[in-house]
Ligand binder design. Structure first.
Ligand code: THU
Length: 139
């Protein structure tokens, strides 16, 4: 289970989300390999495709702090249905989170379900997929 601190931080940043177009606020909190928590929220834009997801925002904060390993992730959304990271965010998380990393899917009251990164994105395309024979180096 995530710490109370992790859940409270997700709630705080979710409430700060800028989502005037969808009215769907999302908060994401990542625990880095260094133990620190990194948080982000979705930020929408009048030019809709320019909006950014909470997970991507949290990853940027983590990387800017010099950390590149996610050991625990939490995503919080409002509403009736279970929040699960969108396909693009699964790929973004997978860049820094191993298959065994727990991902807590939360509503504002707490955890509704916990799954692993590997369950969230099976057969992930990653750095290892680029290695080996068949790689076109353009030469
Ligand atoms: N959203 C996220 O922030 N993360 C997700 O994984 C799913 C979707 C945001 C994007 C948009 O601002 C709003 O939720 C509705 O799609």
């Amino acid at each position: 289970m995530p710490s109370e601190e992790m859940i409270a931080l997700a709630r705080t940043v979710m409430e700060r989300a800028y989502a005037p177009y969808s009215s769907f606020r999302v908060g994401a909190v990542l625990r880095g390999g260094n133990g620190k928590l990194y948080a982000g929220c979705n930020v929408e834009n009048a030019a809709y495709p320019q909006g950014t997801c909470a997970e991507v925002a949290a990853i940027a904060v983590m990387v800017a702090d010099g950390e590149r390993r996610i050991v625990e992730a939490l995503v919080m959304g409002e509403g009736e249905s279970l929040i699960a990271p969108c396909g693009g965010c699964r790929q973004h998380l997978s860049e820094f989170a191993a298959a065994a990393v727990p991902v807590h899917l939360c509503d504002p009251t707490g955890v509704r379900r916990t799954i692993t990164m590997g369950e969230l994105l099976p057969l992930a395309f990653g750095a290892a997929s680029l290695a080996g024979p068949g790689h076109d180096d353009g030469g």
